[in-house]
Design a binder for this molecule. Structure first.
Ligand code: HEC
Ligand code: HEC
Length: 463
């Protein structure tokens, strides 16, 4: 069973029986809640017993390890994964690292405002999508065409539709399979397993790599490459870096901070089903068992984002990025009901991003929220107008328009009142800014400013 990138690590930690705050996802079900201390013994994590051999294999080269050895192995891989993440020598150009597009200072999204990032061997090639944040991916469930919520939160008989998977179209389930994509993509890192393997052999961390993965890891390029993917996946599961839950909103939920009048009003508008209705997809409430909200239900949804004419791929008028039905994703090609749908992103740390939506068309939160509020009442503000006629949904061929979501705020027509007025748009933006990690709680116990994180504050950088 595939799972979000947090799954394997949660089980690994369950194996070693340490007390940890886990943002875990066991077979798609939140097994343990971040912020909730869990005595993670094998019994505490359902399914752990059967997953142990797999986790042990995942965690290390050597079967039959003790728990302490597995724990050490995870630590080694995390440290290696971090170095690999910042290592541009893995790329064909020698100039591009994972961190080039996923900057730790911007919640692992790009530090610049380009709609799509530059890559390829000449560093001039571009793809069709904006680089997303890598935070809070640990609870993304494996992709399912028909998702039935299995915790007691939802009604299991309800089909939530296509849900989950990594990337904008949900085409891979695990961090290791995802990492393969940019490493080998001709418009991203443009590398090969042989080149990656050669780079690792020559890297300052080559010896540490051999220690972690075994004496013979460099004998075979594919084995080296797979070990690189595994180390990257393990690094992406570091809770204090990737899912710390240290935003002002988390502090507010914990009763340790107050929202301003504007932020509080923004939250009301965000959750109001007749206004923003944002929380119907970007969940803002804790789960019943107290786990913090992810600000996404991970559903794949079509909301008719305008065509980004600045993208090179879109110079071809016949080209469309249709999300789950292709062209990047290939297994659902020809399935019309999957055309135009993209995975709902988390809104945690969204204020640190500089380009929004799958094609990076907007560059401010104000524009994004205005799109939701006025897409149907004032379409001429968002779509091209020719001969007095608005070409609505210009990035989705009309035969797929049936896939477009029609819930509020997408239930209006020209002449209707926008679902949010200008002041409400402003307040929603103010609220979105409370979702940025690293908020300091004033006068917390222990004196002075203390981080709301259970795991403590953590910094990462290329070292
Ligand atoms: C040239 C820019 C670029 C580089 C370099 C890059 N990425 Fe990405 N990353 C992207 C883009 C764009 C996407 C979205 C891809 C899609 O939807 O098809 C993405 C998606 C992801 C995702 C999935 C996020 C989600 O929301 O599901 C992960 C995880 C990820 N990248 C990790 C990595 C790792 C690890 C590396 C280094 C091996 C890396 N990336 C290198 C641009 C980049
Ligand atoms: C029906 C589900 C749904 C509703 C309702 C919804 N969203 Fe979204 N949201 C999405 C999806 C899907 C995307 C990605 C769409 C794409 O790029 O094609 C998205 C993207 C975003 C983004 C861009 C994030 C990024 O990383 O690029 C922001 C910001 C956002 N939504 C805020 C809101 C706000 C504010 C509201 C309420 C006014 C709202 N959303 C209502 C599903 C929804």
């Amino acid at each position: 069973m595939g799972k979000g990138i947090g799954g394997a690590l949660a089980i690994t930690f369950a194996l070693v029986g340490v007390t940890l705050s886990l943002a875990a996802c066991d077979a798609g079900t939140p097994a343990a809640s971040p912020g909730v201390k869990v005595e993670a013994g094998a019994a505490a994590v359902p399914g752990a017993a059967s997953a142990v051999p797999v986790a042990a294999q995942n965690a290390a080269h050597d079967a039959g390890q003790t728990r302490a050895q597995v724990y050490k192995s995870v630590q080694q891989m995390t440290a290696l994964g971090k170095q690999l993440f910042f290592d541009a020598s893995l790329s064909g150009s020698g100039k591009l690292a994972c961190a080039s597009c996923h900057s730790p200072d911007h919640a692992f999204s790009p530090g610049n405002a380009l709609s799509v990032q530059l890559g390829g061997n000449d560093m001039h090639r571009t793809g069709m999508r904006a680089a997303p944040t890598l935070k809070y991916l640990q609870s993304v469930p494996a992709f399912a065409e028909h998702y039935h919520e299995s915790d007691d939160e939802g009604d299991e008989s309800v089909d939530a539709g296509p849900t989950g998977g990594l990337t904008w179209d949900g085409r891979v389930d695990r961090g290791r399979d995802q990492a393969r994509i940019p490493l080998l993509s001709s418009f991203e890192m443009g590398s090969t397993p042989a080149k990656v393997s050669a780079a690792v052999k020559a890297a300052p961390y080559a010896e540490a790599f051999r220690e972690a993965f075994g004496e013979h890891i460099f004998d075979n390029d594919d084995a080296t490459f797979n070990a690189v993917l595994q180390a990257l996946e393990t690094f992406e599961q570091t809770p204090e870096l990737f899912y710390p839950y240290t935003s002002k909103y988390d502090a507010y939920l914990a009763g340790k901070a107050q929202l301003t009048k504007a932020e509080l009003h923004g939250l009301q508008v965000f959750t109001d089903e007749q206004k923003g209705n944002c929380a119907s997809c970007h969940i803002s409430q804790r789960t019943k068992d107290g786990a913090p909200p992810q600000f996404s239900d991970f559903g794949l949804i079509a909301i008719g984002v305008p065509r980004n004419r600045a993208l090179t791929v879109n110079h071809d008028p016949h080209f469309y990025d249709l999300g789950a039905c292709g062209p990047e994703r290939t297994d659902l090609g020809g399935r019309a009901e999957f055309c135009g749908i993209f995975r709902t992103p988390t809104l945690r740390n969204v204020a640190l991003k500089k380009s929004f939506f799958h094609n990076g068309i907007y560059h401010s939160l104000d524009q994004v929220v205005r799109f939701y509020a006025q897409r149907d009442t004032n379409p001429e503000k968002f779509y091209p107008v020719s001969k007095g006629k608005v070409r609505k949904f210009d990035d989705l061929p009309p035969r797929y328009w049936v896939n477009l979501n029609t819930d509020p705020p997408f239930d209006r027509k020209p002449g209707d009142k926008p679902s949010l007025d200008e002041a409400e748009i402003e307040d929603v933006v103010a609220f979105l800014k409370t979702l940025t990690d690293g908020y300091k709680v004033e006068g917390a116990a222990g004196g002075g400013a203390a981080n709301v994180a259970v795991n403590g504050a953590a910094k990462v950088g290329a070292d």
